[in-house]
Design a protein around this ligand. Structure first.
Ligand code: DGL
Length: 266
């Protein structure tokens, strides 16, 4: 038998990381997934750097011990831009992070005005200044941090309707800035936001496009696991919450159709 049951562990504060799981499974349909959401500390985007830095490496250590993953994907821009080096230093398993896709956005922009839509914690990170300077030096990079879009994505995945006006109000946070009307590419710099891409497209002016890191991360995961075996027979994906409340149970119900087992708690 040449099976290898070790999963890939995806980690986020909530359901956002599913926008990274989907393109990964397109490239690696036989992969087994453990999806872990830190629902007890959700949302991350309104927390301080110190809170996130103190929480994420320890939590990932416990998850790695329990699930013995072959690879960890921090499918969260907030956690990655703040805690990725500390996580890598603390664990002896390969860790892939998620950082704002400013490079592909700058490559695609014709107006040279790019929007970065993330959490408040992500858009204020020096890491984002650095990406903008390295890859979008000749662009105006406008940023907006939205906690509302994170909540709307969670509600959508729990089966609730999305308020289109609320989505439009959040996008106005970018377009109403000086030069904002010239934005032609928006970076979805929070993994929750690609889950709302239809609603975002509908609310944005015609011709505006959205990019996110999901497909690039999927290619990176495929390359890091190239040649590795996967379980011969899929046992389904696992779903873990740090707190299992009513919303998490509803999310778990929705995810059963996507091949996830009943939720577990850490
Ligand atoms: N999905 C996360 C990100 O990519 C954060 C959402 C939140 O908890 O605020 O930044």
């Amino acid at each position: 038998m040449n099976d290898d049951a070790r999963p890939i562990l995806f980690f986020d504060s909530g359901v956002g990381g599913l926008s990274v799981v989907a393109p990964t499974l397109e490239l690696l349909p036989a992969a087994s997934i453990v999806y872990a959401a830190d629902s007890a500390a959700f949302p991350y985007g309104t927390k301080s750097e110190a809170e996130i830095a103190a929480r994420v490496p320890a939590l990932l250590g416990r998850l790695a011990e329990r699930y013995r993953p072959r690879l960890i994907v921090i499918a969260c821009n907030t956690a990655s831009t703040i805690a990725l080096p500390a996580v890598r230093a603390a664990l002896d398993v390969a860790v892939v992070g998620t950082v704002p896709a400013i490079k592909p956005a700058a490559e695609a922009s014709r107006t040279r005005v790019v929007g970065v839509l993330g959490t408040a914690a992500t858009v204020r990170q020096p890491y984002v200044d650095d990406l903008a300077a390295r890859f979008a030096g000749d662009c105006t990079v406008l940023r907006y941090g939205s906690a509302t879009l994170v909540e709307l994505a969670e509600a959508k995945l729990a089966g609730e309707a999305v308020d289109a006006d609320a989505v439009a109000r959040e996008l106005a946070g970018l377009f109403d800035q000086p030069d904002g009307e010239r934005i032609d590419v928006i970076v979805n710099a929070c993994t929750h936001f690609p889950l709302l891409v239809d609603e975002l497209r509908a609310a944005a002016p015609a011709g505006v496009t959205f990019v996110d890191g999901g497909p690039g991360i999927a290619r990176r995961v495929a390359s890091l696991t190239q040649g590795q075996a996967w379980p011969g027979e899929s046992r389904g994906h696992r779903l873990v919450f740090t707190r299992l409340g009513a919303r998490e149970t509803r999310i778990g119900d929705q995810l059963r159709a996507r091949g996830f087992a009943l939720p577990e708690t850490l």
